[in-house]
Design a protein. Structure first.
Length: 384
């Protein structure tokens, strides 16, 4: 949505099109924000699932009813085959300019979940994973068909630089005006509360090292960790096993998967926000979209030096940055933050907000995106 807002703030009309919202012929645009509308049917039919042909006909009919030249911005779905059909039809059949948002290298995500313990389940896990890996590698060839692509990190920019005709890097964006302000330090030496928000994946996020560090710190301090985000059954088992292993049953809590609009209020309840990711292919190419939300929270941030984090975070200036994969570095940094919290937190959080306003606010990229996607005087239709 931040890309949409960035484009719309430059006077471009943006229309969001999603298959579940186009289930009948009585379609109309409904404005969500100034300049941004969603194309949806007046009557939503729950039994019209995955009717991709009908969806493409409705979106094409809407596009052709407009006078301006369309530009299509494709946000990849979880259905790889659908993305291929969208690309072939909209780019090759209809001849529209088609750009794609490339925010991860999907083939690196395949084995990110913790493998099952039983041998039959583990074999099935790797067989399914291998099939998905092959599918995602084939899906990467699709980029040769795009008019251009928008990537989120410098490593993705390098990876796709020779595969896509036109390429631009736009980092994780935020809305600085959504900030609730700087949180006043209120650590009284009793309970230090840490928050994590994102996909609760134990292997991807490096929870094993974080939990070990917390177990050591809790010998002399009282520190609690609260987790927000989607949680699979496999990762729930892994999470419970880690809590038992490091004796953290009363120190680590899974809160649930909240609406993104509610997270800023939640963040203000905590002393520190954390992204403890290890270094692996997935974190090398990806760039956590939560970082920009963290930076405008008014709460200090601790991250590991993976992907593009070090471009925006300076240790001890606008956040805390540690090397990935080091439990001792994580433990030492957490102790440093806790012991100096009331003296440093306001300045750290204020500098973080200034960084977000300067580097990551979506309004800063309006002209750059419009110049890349189409002429400034044109009108675009965005499909996600």
């Amino acid at each position: 949505m931040k890309i949409s807002k960035s484009i719309a703030s430059g006077g471009v009309s943006v229309f969001l099109c999603s298959l579940p919202y186009l289930t009948s012929d009585d379609t109309e645009p409904v404005e969500l924000f100034p300049g941004i509308s969603i194309l949806r049917s007046k009557t939503i039919k729950c039994n019209n699932r995955h009717n991709i042909i009908s969806f493409l006909k409705k979106t094409s009919s809407f596009i052709e009813s407009r006078e301006s030249e369309p530009v299509i911005y494709l946000y990849p779905t979880s259905f790889v085959f659908y993305d291929l059909v969208y690309t072939l039809y909209l780019q090759l059949v209809k001849g529209y300019r088609l750009y794609c948002d490339l925010n991860e290298l999907r083939s690196t995500n395949v084995f990110s979940a913790t493998p099952p313990l039983s041998i039959p389940a583990r074999v099935l896990y790797y067989l399914k994973g291998s099939a998905r890996y092959f599918m995602y590698k084939l899906n990467e060839l699709q980029v040769y068909l795009y008019t251009g692509a928008v990537v989120i990190s410098t490593n993705l920019e390098k990876y796709y630089s020779k595969k896509v005709r036109r390429l631009i890097r736009i980092p994780i964006l935020c809305d600085v005006e959504a900030s609730k302000g700087i949180k006043k330090p209120d650590y009284d030496g009793q309970v230090f509360r840490i928050c994590f928000s994102g996909m609760v994946s134990c292997r991807k996020e490096g929870f094993d090292l974080l939990f070990e560090a917390l177990s050591l710190i809790n010998r002399t301090r009282k520190v609690e960790l609260y987790l927000y985000g989607p949680l699979s059954n496999e990762d729930e088992d892994s999470l419970n096993n880690l809590k038992k292993k490091f004796l953290l049953d009363n120190r680590v809590y899974y809160v649930g998967n909240l609406d993104p609009d509610d997270l800023q209020d939640e963040f203000s309840k905590y002393h520190l926000l954390i992204l403890p990711r290890p270094l692996n292919p997935q974190t090398r190419y990806g760039f956590s979209t939560k970082l920009s939300d963290y930076l405008i929270s008014g709460v200090p941030v601790l991250v590991t030096d993976v992907s593009d984090n070090s471009i925006y975070i300076r240790d001890g200036i606008n956040g805390y940055l540690i090397p990935p994969g080091s439990m001792s570095a994580l433990e030492a940094k957490l102790m440093e933050i806790i012991d100096n919290y009331n003296q440093s937190s306001i300045l750290i959080a204020r500098n973080a907000l200034e960084t977000a306003a300067r580097e990551l606010d979506y309004r800063n990229y309006t002209d750059k995106l419009i110049d890349f996607l189409f002429k400034p005087t044109g009108t675009a239709y965005k499909l996600i």
